[in-house]
Design a protein around this ligand. Structure first.
Ligand code: AAO
Length: 493
């Protein structure tokens, strides 16, 4: 792909000038900050997540796992049935309440919190039926929970569906794709939702992704959160819309963190076109970047279950570029990163593999060490099991609060330093490249944690490639569509 290489080289050439001033004296003391990164395990059953926590996620050093919605939902083979609740019974195609509770306990035992996807803006989008745990319902009637008067009937569009995102009233009181829209201004609705979420907290979850938060007034989200224990972690999904959209993520930061969609938009399309744009870096105390919420409020991701079904994001289909995107995110100091792990698909609607009863069967990540060129439909991607991801999580802990310096480059290679503690170099081109760049790490031999993973320094040397820093410069061979990463905890004695 010559266009990509030429573009990358041009961009990096521009960036190199600012890099020379960016070096700093090495720091002797390494501070390990507590793990902060999470992984979204899309459509993974509870028994499968429990096993993954013990075998992969805990050992790799993830702090939390985001699950798909745990409540009862409409029947059907598509993945998105999970987003049409019919009751708040914790009984779904992903498992029973007992399995859910067991997962939470087993993940906690290896230091991994569980964040559950909370679908509370709406109920089902179909006329009626029987849910997967046998609850009979109609569009606006859910026994023991909600009746007609608990829903918005906006009367602003012919079918009460949102037609115009420039209207706050439509976005927040009409229906998203015909999904029966709960009137979250109602105290009884708020209390019913909070009761469900408190039940999940009683089962041990640490917090929630608030699905479709944009479609609830920020004050409604806040009022529901106020009914939860104070230490509940909140991550609201408010897709940053075009500038003309009145509802933007900034409104929701009072209730917790928000997913910052702009981060992935800046990263993905450029990377696929061969251009890595060096982000405008903010300074303390917020490290805000243009068009981004402040650092402490942001959850960042390369892709999620919606964007991997769109055109723009870098996804598992992009092989090495996907690894590069994850490396750029995990080595950076902006936001709380969440790595995405789903399954391969060619049909947007196709659910994860399931048995005759509609239960998702799950998969194991044993033996997975990196991205592959080909996946069969339904095969788990297991991003969390990649050797490089564990290495990057280790780099992140060692880098701790060391600032991310402006980008540096040499030819096709682009990278950045976490001042004095760590360095990431990526090569988005289709040819291997050798690069020499200035770096503030002490002279010595380092083990590359992309090829060597966490704990790359072994008694016999390096589990991966060895990279040498000498006289304030590092020279490294960076594989095509690959990366090299060093940190001060992976220096050979
Ligand atoms: C299914 C069927 C429907 C049927 C419905 C009811 O597909 O045909 O009508 O059932 O029977 C998921 C699936 C849906 C599924 C639904 C329910 O994706 O296909 O519907 O479950 O089963 C908006 C929301 C956002 C939402 C997103 C999909 O704001 O909250 O739409 N995401 C969450 C979940 C998602 C889930 C739901 C919500 C519902 O993550 O998986 O749906 O629980 C603009 C707006 C966004 C808007 C998008 C899409 O975004 O800003 O707010 O998201 O448009 O309409 C650029 C632009 C950006 C634009 C974006 C996307 O990036 O800059 O502004 O493109 O186009």
């Amino acid at each position: 792909m010559p266009g990509r290489r030429a573009a990358a080289a041009a961009m990096i050439a521009v960036l190199a000038a600012s890099a020379l001033a960016a070096c700093s004296a090495p720091v002797a003391v390494e501070r390990e900050k507590p793990a902060d990164a999470g992984v979204q395990l899309f459509q993974r059953p509870w028994t499968s997540i429990a096993e993954d926590c013990e075998q992969v996620i805990g050992p790799a050093g993830f702090a939390w796992v985001l699950t798909s919605p745990p409540q009862e939902h409409i029947a059907g083979t598509q993945w998105w049935t999970s987003y049409q609740p019919v009751s708040y019974r914790v009984d779904s195609k992903l498992g029973t309440e007992a399995e859910f509770a067991d997962m939470v306990t087993r993940c906690a035992a290896v230091g991994v919190d569980v964040i559950a996807d909370a679908v509370v803006n709406h109920m089902a989008g179909i006329d009626g039926g029987t849910g997967v745990a046998d609850t009979a319902f109609t569009h606006y009637s859910y026994p023991g929970l909600y009746e007609e008067g608990d829903f918005h009937h906006c009367g602003l569009t012919p079918d009460d569906d949102i037609a115009d995102y420039s209207s706050r009233e439509q976005v927040q009181t009409c229906e998203l794709s015909n999904l029966a829209d709960l009137d979250t201004s109602s105290p009884t609705v708020r209390e019913t939702i909070a009761g469900y979420l408190r039940h999940l907290r009683d089962l041990g979850v640490a917090g929630f992704r608030i699905d479709a938060a944009k479609h609830m007034a920020a004050e409604d989200v806040q009022a529901i959160v106020d009914l939860l224990p104070e230490d509940t972690i909140i991550m609201s999904e408010v897709i940053r819309g075009s500038g003309w959209e009145p509802v933007q993520p900034e409104e929701y930061v009072g209730a917790g963190k928000v997913f910052e969609f702009q981060y992935a938009r800046d990263l993905g399309p450029g990377l696929k076109a061969g251009v890595i744009t060096d982000p405008a870096l903010g300074t303390e105390p917020t490290f805000a970047r243009p068009l981004h919420v402040p650092n402490a409020d942001a959850v960042v991701f390369v892709d999620n279950h919606d964007t991997e079904r769109g055109e723009a994001a870098v996804t598992y289909r992009d092989g090495g570029l996907y690894l590069i995107a994850n490396a750029l995110m995990l080595a950076d100091d902006y936001g709380t990163p969440v790595v995405y792990s789903g399954y391969a698909f060619s049909d947007r609607d196709a659910g994860a593999p399931q048995d005759a009863d509609g239960r998702v069967t799950g998969w194991t990540c044993a033996g997975v060490t990196g991205p592959r060129d080909e996946y069969a439909d339904g095969e788990g991607v297991c991003t969390e099991a990649w050797t490089a991801i564990a290495g990057l999580l280790e780099l992140r802990r060692v880098a701790a609060d060391a600032p991310r310096l402006p980008g540096i480059g040499d030819g096709d290679v682009y990278g950045f330093e976490r001042e004095g503690r760590a360095l990431l170099l990526v090569n988005p081109s289709t040819a291997d490249a050798a690069a020499t760049v200035p770096v503030g790490l002490p002279d010595g031999d380092y083990c590359d944690v992309i090829s060597g993973g966490a704990g790359a320094v072994t008694s016999g040397g390096c589990a991966g490639a060895t990279v040498t820093v000498t006289g304030g410069n590092v020279t490294a061979d960076v594989p095509a569509e690959g990366a090299v990463a060093l940190h001060s905890g992976a220096r050979l004695p």
